[in-house]
Design a protein around this ligand. Sequence first.
Ligand SMILES: [Zn+2]
Length: 253
Amino acid sequence: MKIHQIKGYIQSLYLVEYPDSLLLLDSGCYCDFPIVEDFITNNLKREFSDLKLVLISHTHPDHAGGAWRFKKAGINIAFKERMDHWYLGRRGFKNYWIDILLTWYVAKKMKRPFKNIFFKRRIEADFFLTDGTSVPGFPEWLCLDAPGHTDSDMTFYHRESSTAYVGDNIIKLRDKYIIPHPVSFPKLYRNSLEMYLNQGIQNFLLAHGGETCISKEELGDIINRVPNTAIDNSDILRQLIGNFKKNLKKSSR
Ligand SMILES: [Zn+2]
């Protein structure tokens, strides 16, 4: 088994390579589909159809945005049941737009070009994933419920190498581990991090921050910093608008 890190629009995707198959950990943004296709056919010199499954950790644009394109190309996709309900209804529609705007904001900060990241809010899974079961077709990978960032985050754990893809549950920024935004369910989020401790996970594949070893002490420190109240993305948007107004005032002085 070999794990390749692919640089997506604002995040890393991980492609797990086996002699007879490929497994993709998160589908990336809508615009990341050709990047993965190019990596498989030109870097690995393999057939695109060797990609047997795309796992989705949660529904945010930089994780589930490309799912529909993989599905359309005939690749199976899998996620936790009801994951794609997150953006339904009036509140879901509002959150969809906020998350699209926040993704563009991060892209701008990272000096990435403006790209189309709109994606279907509802997608049909080929497989639903459940806690404690193995990934369809890849029995050495385990699905673990790890909610809190959203209501249906999943972590994908390769026990033999003690390596887990944790989506957005831990973010590494300038050598520091930070808590993702939003944390919609702080209690669940804390439990998810404690679950990482109990599982004894050592190597973490982060969507934002690359591959890293996190010690029990470092994980404990992150757990201690989990807020008691939810941080939702309207709070983040308000904060960003506030900063923007402040900067505007400063520059006009
Ligand atoms: Zn996220």
